[in-house]
Design a protein around this ligand. Sequence first.
Ligand code: COA
Length: 189
Amino acid sequence: MDGLEDRTQQIILETNRLRFATWVKEDWEEFRKLTSDPLVVRYLGTGVPWPEGRIKEFVNRQIENWEKHGICLWKLMPKDSDMLIGICGLQRLPEGPDVEIGWWLAPSHWGQGLATDAARQALAYGFDVSNFERIVAIAQSANRDSLHVMEKLGMRFENEAVHKGIRVVVYAITREIFNAARTKGEERA
Ligand SMILES: CC(C)(COP(=O)(O)OP(=O)(O)OC[C@H]1O[C@@H](n2cnc3c(N)ncnc32)[C@H](O)[C@@H]1OP(=O)(O)O)[C@@H](O)C(=O)NCCC(=O)NCCS
């Protein structure tokens, strides 16, 4: 279909509550639950559920990004089951040098600190393993919950723009700032 090899999922990262896994092509069907939930897609693009072709394209792109670049938006699963409860990870922006972090959770898992936990782990991977100097996050200005995650991570507002008629904000964090926040956290623990 697309030359992508059919591999089994691998667990790449873990937190106390979450596992990050690579994708297999068949995951698109389970991922459809997220992409067809109006609460999840509300602030993604035009806010409408994704058609099947777009879901498959997304999954195939993650498989390819992982194989070629060692980063992707990984699947998030709880520690005790293989249920797909969200995504979190890294991808290169289509234009320019920047790498973007992204996160989505099923609404049943909101309000538990899981997105922030997952994002900290993905940032650590980006700085420690992929050796990036800086990571950005982009969200629609109206997506207060996502902006709140950025702020909790210590990301700093960079600029605001209008993309396809929708107001978006860009936040960023450097390796230096992330490491300083990490050291402070370790001292407190
Ligand atoms: C953006 C999104 C991932 C945020 O999820 P979330 O659950 O609100 O984010 P968090 O993981 O930071 O959890 C938030 C709350 O959990 C609560 N919480 C409960 N237990 C907690 C714990 N053990 N540790 C930390 N927080 C905890 C906190 O009160 C926290 O809120 P606060 O920081 O105001 O105190 C979610 O709204 C989503 O998936 N939206 C749809 C997809 C989307 O728009 N993605 C972003 C595109 S840019």
